[in-house]
Design a protein around this ligand. Structure first.
Ligand SMILES: [Zn+2]
Ligand SMILES: [Zn+2]
Length: 311
């Protein structure tokens, strides 16, 4: 009945990574090798450069694995009333780049591009739906994606449009089983004009047998990860009709559901909590858990689905 690969049940270890960053190969400010070094120095185990319409792999460095990624923007011009906006897709785990030119993309739909990504052995993630101002009908063109960016550091620091948890819930409530990714989409890598740096602000913690590109990618596509901008999710157990989560100290823990399911935990005195249990009495569609710490930093589990027809 339950449909959820629990990363906290699995074998292996946790590995930290970001699968959306830009380099000087397109519009990022650092070279691919500088970006890789920066993430390694900040404790990251894996990295996916996702430059615009170009597959870029930095030189190998100790302790860092690269997941081949590419960001593909797909114009919505073929849909009346949607021009000149674009849907951006992050291709993850591709065996070769797509490298599409604007002319080649003129007649392509998001479905076409997702198919091309899958043909290259990869998966697609819907990037920054909030900043892209996507309607639910436009997002549903991307139902072939394995997930969406519930957090995007670049658009959070630039425009306060990084958090897309409502977009995520809207897709799930249309029976589209999306995973939720916290990705940097890093461009500048430095603090300037009073803006925060756009790197190392959002990441995924992946449960994997080993630190190889294949194992990390396979864990990602199975949803064996959680996303964070700060808090640690330490454990998640499902025992009968009880879901218990343990976290680093946070201000709030929310169980988000549908149709009056879910619950919000916090202390009235503003103090911190580090665990919460939600007891459900009826299967609906899903529950997903998000928590927020005293600095406003967040973490998200992937959704626990209660319905079989979400495939
Ligand atoms: Zn983008
Ligand atoms: Zn990007």
């Amino acid at each position: 009945m339950l449909k959820f690969d629990n990363p906290f049940d699995g074998q292996g270890r946790w590995f930290k990574g970001n699968i959306h960053a830009h380099t000087s190969a397109t519009d990022g400010q650092l070279s691919p090798d500088e970006v890789a070094k920066l993430y390694r120095e900040n404790g990251y185990d894996f990295l996916g450069i996702a430059d615009h319409n170009k597959l870029v792999i930095p030189k190998p460095i100790d302790g860092m694995i690269y997941i081949p990624c590419e960001e593909v923007d797909v114009p919505l011009s073929s849909y009346p009333g949607t021009s000149p906006r674009c849907i951006h897709l992050v291709a993850v785990g591709i065996s070769e780049g797509l490298g599409l030119t604007p002319e080649e993309k003129t007649d392509l739909t998001p479905e076409d591009v997702i198919k091309m990504i899958k043909e290259r052995g990869g998966e697609a993630i819907l990037a920054h739906p909030y900043w892209s101002n996507l309607t639910i009908d436009e997002m549903l063109l991307c139902k072939g994606c394995i997930g969406l960016e519930v957090y995007n550091t670049y658009f959070q620091t630039m425009l306060d449009m990084g958090v897309a948890s409502v977009h995520w819930d809207q897709m799930i409530q249309k029976n589209v089983p999306m995973l939720g990714f916290a990705n940097d989409d890093a461009h500048s890598y430095s603090e300037k004009d009073d803006l925060l740096s756009d790197c190392c602000g959002g990441w995924i913690m992946v449960r994997s047998e080993s630190l190889t590109a294949d194992d990390i990618f396979n864990s990602i596509r199975k949803g064996l990860f959680y996303s964070s901008t700060g808090p640690e999710i330490k454990n998640l157990t499902i025992d009968g009709n009880k879901i218990t989560v343990e976290t680093s100290p946070v201000k709030t823990i929310a169980f988000h559901g549908y149709d009056m399911q879910g619950k919000f935990y916090y202390r009235r005195d503003g103090g911190l909590i580090d665990t919460a249990t939600y007891e459900f009495d009826e299967y609906k569609i899903y529950i997903r858990i998000q928590c927020t710490d005293a600095d406003g930093k967040m973490a998200w589990t992937n959704p626990i689905y209660f319905k079989d027809d979400l495939s």
